[in-house]
Write a protein that binds this ligand. Structure first.
Ligand code: SAM
Length: 255
Protein backbone atom coordinates (compact mmCIF):
# COMPACT_ATOMS: atom_id res chain seq x y z
CA UNK A 1 0.00 0.00 0.00
CA UNK A 2 2.77 2.44 1.00
CA UNK A 3 4.57 2.08 -2.33
CA UNK A 4 1.44 2.03 -4.46
CA UNK A 5 0.22 5.46 -3.32
CA UNK A 6 3.65 7.00 -2.78
CA UNK A 7 3.04 7.19 0.97
CA UNK A 8 6.38 8.34 2.36
CA UNK A 9 5.30 10.67 5.14
CA UNK A 10 7.35 13.69 6.12
CA UNK A 11 8.28 13.48 9.82
CA UNK A 12 10.45 16.59 10.13
CA UNK A 13 8.29 19.61 11.00
CA UNK A 14 11.09 22.07 10.18
CA UNK A 15 11.05 20.85 6.58
CA UNK A 16 7.26 21.31 6.48
CA UNK A 17 7.76 24.90 7.70
CA UNK A 18 10.50 25.50 5.12
CA UNK A 19 8.23 24.23 2.31
CA UNK A 20 5.36 26.47 3.46
CA UNK A 21 7.72 29.48 3.71
CA UNK A 22 8.91 28.94 0.12
CA UNK A 23 5.30 29.38 -1.08
CA UNK A 24 5.11 33.00 0.25
CA UNK A 25 1.59 32.39 1.52
CA UNK A 26 -0.53 35.45 2.34
CA UNK A 27 -3.45 35.51 4.78
CA UNK A 28 -5.76 36.02 1.77
CA UNK A 29 -4.54 32.88 -0.07
CA UNK A 30 -6.44 29.69 -0.83
CA UNK A 31 -3.98 26.80 -0.95
CA UNK A 32 -4.60 23.42 -2.54
CA UNK A 33 -2.54 20.66 -0.95
CA UNK A 34 -2.24 17.44 -2.94
CA UNK A 35 -1.93 14.32 -0.79
CA UNK A 36 -1.99 15.66 2.79
CA UNK A 37 -1.30 12.19 4.22
CA UNK A 38 -1.22 12.56 8.02
CA UNK A 39 -1.38 16.36 7.83
CA UNK A 40 2.12 17.54 8.80
CA UNK A 41 2.14 20.13 5.99
CA UNK A 42 -1.61 20.82 6.18
CA UNK A 43 -1.26 22.03 9.74
CA UNK A 44 1.60 24.41 8.93
CA UNK A 45 -0.12 25.73 5.79
CA UNK A 46 -3.36 26.39 7.66
CA UNK A 47 -1.57 28.73 10.07
CA UNK A 48 -0.87 31.35 7.40
CA UNK A 49 -3.46 30.84 4.64
CA UNK A 50 -7.11 31.89 4.45
CA UNK A 51 -8.23 28.43 3.40
CA UNK A 52 -6.62 25.13 2.65
CA UNK A 53 -8.24 22.48 0.48
CA UNK A 54 -6.38 19.20 0.94
CA UNK A 55 -7.11 16.46 -1.61
CA UNK A 56 -6.28 12.95 -0.38
CA UNK A 57 -6.99 9.77 -2.34
CA UNK A 58 -6.69 7.37 0.61
CA UNK A 59 -10.11 7.11 2.25
CA UNK A 60 -8.79 6.10 5.68
CA UNK A 61 -6.27 8.96 5.80
CA UNK A 62 -8.91 11.42 4.57
CA UNK A 63 -11.37 10.29 7.28
CA UNK A 64 -8.70 10.66 9.97
CA UNK A 65 -7.92 14.19 8.77
CA UNK A 66 -11.61 15.16 8.65
CA UNK A 67 -11.91 14.05 12.28
CA UNK A 68 -8.64 15.75 13.31
CA UNK A 69 -9.59 19.11 11.77
CA UNK A 70 -13.35 19.05 12.40
CA UNK A 71 -13.12 22.29 14.43
CA UNK A 72 -10.72 24.07 12.11
CA UNK A 73 -12.94 25.95 9.68
CA UNK A 74 -10.19 26.98 7.24
CA UNK A 75 -9.25 23.36 6.43
CA UNK A 76 -11.35 21.37 3.97
CA UNK A 77 -10.41 17.75 3.35
CA UNK A 78 -11.53 16.25 0.04
CA UNK A 79 -11.33 12.48 -0.44
CA UNK A 80 -10.49 12.27 -4.15
CA UNK A 81 -7.90 11.42 -6.75
CA UNK A 82 -6.29 14.76 -7.58
CA UNK A 83 -6.00 13.75 -11.24
CA UNK A 84 -9.82 13.58 -11.38
CA UNK A 85 -10.48 16.55 -9.09
CA UNK A 86 -11.55 19.97 -10.44
CA UNK A 87 -10.00 22.75 -8.33
CA UNK A 88 -12.17 25.87 -7.83
CA UNK A 89 -12.03 28.05 -10.96
CA UNK A 90 -13.01 31.40 -9.49
CA UNK A 91 -10.36 31.70 -6.76
CA UNK A 92 -6.70 32.57 -7.20
CA UNK A 93 -4.85 29.51 -5.92
CA UNK A 94 -1.48 28.34 -4.71
CA UNK A 95 -0.48 24.65 -4.82
CA UNK A 96 1.75 23.16 -2.15
CA UNK A 97 2.53 19.47 -1.71
CA UNK A 98 4.87 16.69 -0.88
CA UNK A 99 3.76 14.93 -4.04
CA UNK A 100 3.17 11.20 -4.45
CA UNK A 101 6.23 10.52 -6.63
CA UNK A 102 4.60 7.89 -8.86
CA UNK A 103 2.38 10.55 -10.46
CA UNK A 104 4.31 13.77 -9.85
CA UNK A 105 4.77 14.52 -13.59
CA UNK A 106 1.06 13.92 -14.32
CA UNK A 107 0.04 16.23 -11.44
CA UNK A 108 2.40 18.98 -12.61
CA UNK A 109 1.14 18.61 -16.18
CA UNK A 110 -2.43 18.96 -14.91
CA UNK A 111 -1.83 22.20 -13.02
CA UNK A 112 0.17 23.75 -15.88
CA UNK A 113 -3.04 23.79 -17.95
CA UNK A 114 -4.96 25.65 -15.22
CA UNK A 115 -4.91 29.47 -15.31
CA UNK A 116 -5.97 30.57 -11.83
CA UNK A 117 -2.83 30.02 -9.75
CA UNK A 118 0.38 31.95 -9.19
CA UNK A 119 2.73 29.74 -7.17
CA UNK A 120 3.30 25.99 -6.78
CA UNK A 121 5.82 24.54 -4.34
CA UNK A 122 6.32 20.80 -4.67
CA UNK A 123 8.58 18.27 -3.04
CA UNK A 124 9.42 15.76 -5.74
CA UNK A 125 12.03 13.20 -6.71
CA UNK A 126 15.38 14.94 -7.44
CA UNK A 127 15.50 13.46 -10.98
CA UNK A 128 12.11 15.04 -11.82
CA UNK A 129 13.30 18.39 -10.40
CA UNK A 130 16.40 18.15 -12.64
CA UNK A 131 14.14 17.62 -15.66
CA UNK A 132 11.90 20.57 -14.73
CA UNK A 133 14.77 23.08 -14.58
CA UNK A 134 16.90 21.60 -17.42
CA UNK A 135 18.09 24.03 -20.14
CA UNK A 136 18.32 23.11 -23.86
CA UNK A 137 21.33 20.91 -24.60
CA UNK A 138 21.17 19.11 -21.26
CA UNK A 139 20.37 15.38 -21.19
CA UNK A 140 17.51 16.15 -18.77
CA UNK A 141 15.88 18.61 -21.21
CA UNK A 142 12.52 17.06 -22.09
CA UNK A 143 8.82 17.69 -22.72
CA UNK A 144 8.42 18.28 -18.95
CA UNK A 145 11.18 20.97 -18.91
CA UNK A 146 9.58 22.86 -21.78
CA UNK A 147 6.02 22.43 -20.49
CA UNK A 148 7.04 23.90 -17.12
CA UNK A 149 9.23 26.68 -18.52
CA UNK A 150 6.71 27.80 -21.12
CA UNK A 151 4.18 28.58 -18.37
CA UNK A 152 6.37 29.29 -15.35
CA UNK A 153 9.66 30.50 -13.96
CA UNK A 154 11.19 27.47 -12.26
CA UNK A 155 13.56 27.22 -9.33
CA UNK A 156 15.05 24.40 -7.28
CA UNK A 157 14.96 25.52 -3.65
CA UNK A 158 16.44 22.78 -1.42
CA UNK A 159 17.10 19.03 -1.16
CA UNK A 160 15.56 16.86 1.55
CA UNK A 161 17.33 13.71 2.77
CA UNK A 162 15.47 10.40 3.02
CA UNK A 163 15.87 10.45 6.83
CA UNK A 164 13.17 13.16 7.02
CA UNK A 165 10.49 10.63 5.93
CA UNK A 166 8.83 7.49 7.21
CA UNK A 167 9.13 5.05 5.58
CA UNK A 168 12.42 6.26 4.14
CA UNK A 169 12.17 6.60 0.32
CA UNK A 170 14.75 5.05 -2.01
CA UNK A 171 15.28 8.40 -3.73
CA UNK A 172 16.54 11.90 -2.86
CA UNK A 173 13.85 14.57 -2.71
CA UNK A 174 14.00 18.16 -3.90
CA UNK A 175 11.66 21.09 -3.39
CA UNK A 176 10.88 23.10 -6.52
CA UNK A 177 9.05 26.38 -6.86
CA UNK A 178 7.04 27.22 -9.99
CA UNK A 179 5.82 30.78 -10.47
CA UNK A 180 3.25 31.10 -13.22
CA UNK A 181 4.23 33.69 -15.85
CA UNK A 182 1.79 36.58 -16.36
CA UNK A 183 2.22 36.06 -20.11
CA UNK A 184 2.97 32.40 -20.90
CA UNK A 185 5.01 31.92 -24.11
CA UNK A 186 2.01 30.33 -25.89
CA UNK A 187 -1.65 31.31 -25.95
CA UNK A 188 -4.43 29.07 -24.63
CA UNK A 189 -5.70 28.32 -28.17
CA UNK A 190 -2.18 27.28 -29.30
CA UNK A 191 -1.57 24.77 -26.48
CA UNK A 192 -2.99 21.69 -28.22
CA UNK A 193 -0.94 22.10 -31.39
CA UNK A 194 2.20 23.12 -29.50
CA UNK A 195 2.16 20.01 -27.29
CA UNK A 196 1.44 17.74 -30.24
CA UNK A 197 4.56 19.03 -32.03
CA UNK A 198 6.62 18.98 -28.84
CA UNK A 199 5.72 15.38 -27.94
CA UNK A 200 6.32 14.28 -31.54
CA UNK A 201 9.74 15.94 -31.54
CA UNK A 202 10.85 14.12 -28.38
CA UNK A 203 9.36 10.76 -29.32
CA UNK A 204 12.59 9.82 -31.09
CA UNK A 205 15.06 12.02 -29.23
CA UNK A 206 18.16 10.31 -30.68
CA UNK A 207 17.05 11.17 -34.26
CA UNK A 208 17.27 14.53 -36.06
CA UNK A 209 14.27 16.80 -35.64
CA UNK A 210 13.41 16.21 -39.31
CA UNK A 211 13.40 12.42 -39.00
CA UNK A 212 11.66 12.47 -35.62
CA UNK A 213 8.81 14.70 -36.82
CA UNK A 214 8.58 12.80 -40.10
CA UNK A 215 8.13 9.52 -38.22
CA UNK A 216 5.69 10.89 -35.64
CA UNK A 217 3.58 13.21 -37.80
CA UNK A 218 3.58 11.13 -41.01
CA UNK A 219 4.17 14.25 -43.15
CA UNK A 220 5.96 14.69 -46.48
CA UNK A 221 9.70 14.95 -45.69
CA UNK A 222 10.56 17.69 -48.21
CA UNK A 223 7.71 19.91 -47.05
CA UNK A 224 8.59 19.29 -43.42
CA UNK A 225 12.23 20.21 -44.08
CA UNK A 226 11.18 23.55 -45.62
CA UNK A 227 8.95 24.35 -42.65
CA UNK A 228 11.67 23.52 -40.12
CA UNK A 229 14.11 25.79 -42.02
CA UNK A 230 11.44 28.52 -42.11
CA UNK A 231 11.31 28.45 -38.30
CA UNK A 232 15.08 29.10 -38.17
CA UNK A 233 15.96 25.59 -36.95
CA UNK A 234 18.42 23.21 -38.59
CA UNK A 235 16.53 20.06 -39.73
CA UNK A 236 19.62 18.07 -38.69
CA UNK A 237 19.61 19.08 -35.01
CA UNK A 238 18.01 17.02 -32.26
CA UNK A 239 14.96 18.05 -30.22
CA UNK A 240 17.06 18.26 -27.05
CA UNK A 241 19.10 21.19 -28.49
CA UNK A 242 16.13 23.33 -29.61
CA UNK A 243 15.26 26.31 -27.41
CA UNK A 244 11.73 26.89 -26.14
CA UNK A 245 11.42 29.91 -28.46
CA UNK A 246 12.50 27.59 -31.30
CA UNK A 247 9.68 25.18 -30.51
CA UNK A 248 7.21 28.07 -30.36
CA UNK A 249 8.27 29.16 -33.87
CA UNK A 250 8.24 25.58 -35.14
CA UNK A 251 4.67 25.03 -33.90
CA UNK A 252 3.60 28.28 -35.60
CA UNK A 253 4.89 27.25 -39.06
CA UNK A 254 3.68 23.65 -38.91
CA UNK A 255 0.02 23.27 -39.73
N1 SAM B 1 1.77 15.42 2.67
C1 SAM B 1 2.10 14.23 3.45
C2 SAM B 1 3.47 14.37 4.06
O1 SAM B 1 4.21 15.27 3.62
O2 SAM B 1 3.78 13.58 4.94
C3 SAM B 1 2.02 12.95 2.60
C4 SAM B 1 2.92 12.92 1.41
S1 SAM B 1 3.00 11.35 0.61
C5 SAM B 1 4.53 11.53 -0.25
C6 SAM B 1 1.85 11.46 -0.72
C7 SAM B 1 0.39 11.47 -0.33
O3 SAM B 1 -0.39 11.57 -1.53
C8 SAM B 1 -0.12 10.23 0.38
O4 SAM B 1 -0.88 10.60 1.49
C9 SAM B 1 -0.99 9.51 -0.67
O5 SAM B 1 -2.03 8.75 -0.11
C10 SAM B 1 -1.50 10.69 -1.46
N2 SAM B 1 -1.88 10.39 -2.85
C11 SAM B 1 -1.37 9.45 -3.68
N3 SAM B 1 -1.95 9.50 -4.88
C12 SAM B 1 -2.85 10.52 -4.83
C13 SAM B 1 -3.78 11.08 -5.77
N4 SAM B 1 -3.88 10.59 -7.01
N5 SAM B 1 -4.56 12.09 -5.37
C14 SAM B 1 -4.48 12.60 -4.11
N6 SAM B 1 -3.62 12.11 -3.18
C15 SAM B 1 -2.83 11.10 -3.53
Amino acid sequence: MYTRLGQNFLVDKNIAKKIAKSADILSSDTVIEIGPGKGILTEVLSQTSKKIIAVEIDRKLAEELIEKYRNQTNIKIVNADFLKYNPPKKLKLKFVANLPYYISSAIIEKILHLNNWDTAVFMIQKEVADRIIAPPGSCDYSVLSIACQIFCSVEKTFNVPGTCFHPKPEVTSTVVKLKRLKNPLIKKNEEKKFFKILKSAFLHRRKTILNSLCLSLHKDKKNLEEKILESGISPLCRAETISIEGFVKLAKVLT
